[in-house]
Design a protein around this ligand. Structure first.
Ligand code: ADP
Ligand code: MG
Length: 251
């Protein structure tokens, strides 16, 4: 495995989404989403394409502003906090990595540390190298993202998010853009992070990962969480016909 197996020090907080609503024009994409993730737990969000999963994650760290509802981090509402401060506390990993192509791997990680966390460049460099160690990519520090495999790029994106010492991590289909042979390494890193006690919300099509790693699985359809529960229950005893139909297509 690409990870070093060293324990990742995390300072996780609980996350509660309550009645989140969000519309694009007249298209009501989130229609009152509730999701509570205790500190140190992992919730996997599954559901058909277009059901609002990505919108929910974007609303959670306020890349999009919800129209209604509350986001509670570590027991306090963060709807009125500074969005930059919130994005320091809630890290996000995207399907397409979103690394800066013209910067080195190291610069990709130090940039937010300097801009948002206001670290000096020496301190940022040390923190970035430490994170690269943890994802097994220190030797790629001076490489450009384009010279890395998709799996390596995604591990850099995870390292970049972790370097901010977030209290919650959001993953939006982090392995969907990867070649099949690269998926395992990224999922293993995510599983390590879950074991280390990070609070995570993971939007995924990887049902095996959800089964093994999630404390809770939430099934979203048409802008609401239709059903949620522990994976062994959700996957074997789905109550709603919509979830039963979804599972019959993906399992
Ligand atoms: P999922 O991630 O579950 O596939 P999304 O959250 O991406 O679903 O999309 C839910 C709905 O919101 C879709 O109908 C999509 O077209 C719409 N949508 C997503 N982002 C935007 C946007 N920036 N502007 C307008 N509509 C959007
Ligand atoms: Mg999506």
């Amino acid at each position: 495995m690409p990870t070093t197996g060293e324990p990742v020090a995390v300072k996780a907080a609980s996350l509660e989404l309550a009645g989140i609503e969000l519309a694009f024009g007249t298209n009501k994409v989130l229609r009152g989403v509730d999701l509570a993730v205790p500190a140190g737990q992992t919730a996997c969000v599954i559901g058909p394409s277009g059901s609002g999963k990505s919108t929910l994650l974007r609303a959670t760290n306020r890349l999009l502003e919800p129209d209604a509802g509350d986001i509670v981090l570590g027991g306090s509402s963060v709807l009125k906090s500074n969005p930059d401060e919130l994005r320091r506390r809630i890290g996000m990993v995207f399907q397409h990595f979103n690394l800066f192509p013209h910067k080195t791997v190291l610069e990709n990680i130090t940039l937010p540390l300097r801009k948002i966390k206001k670290l000096g460049s020496d301190e940022a460099g040390v923190a970035a190298l430490r994170q690269l160690d943890l994802v097994g990519l220190r030797e790629k520090a001076s490489a450009r993202p384009g010279n890395l495999s998709g799996g390596q790029q995604q591990r850099v994106a995870i390292a970049r998010a972790l370097a901010m010492e977030p209290e919650v991590m959001l993953f939006d289909e982090a392995t969907s853009a990867l070649d099949p042979e690269l998926v395992k390494g990224v999922l293993a890193l995510m599983a390590d992070l879950a074991s280390a006690g990070m609070t995570m919300v993971v939007v995924t099509h990887e049902m095996g990962f959800a089964r093994q790693v999630a404390d809770q699985v939430a099934f979203m359809d048409r802008g609401v969480v239709v059903e949620s529960g522990p994976p062994e229950k959700l996957f074997t005893a789905a109550r709603s016909p919509r979830l039963q139909q979804f599972l019959s297509q993906v399992l």
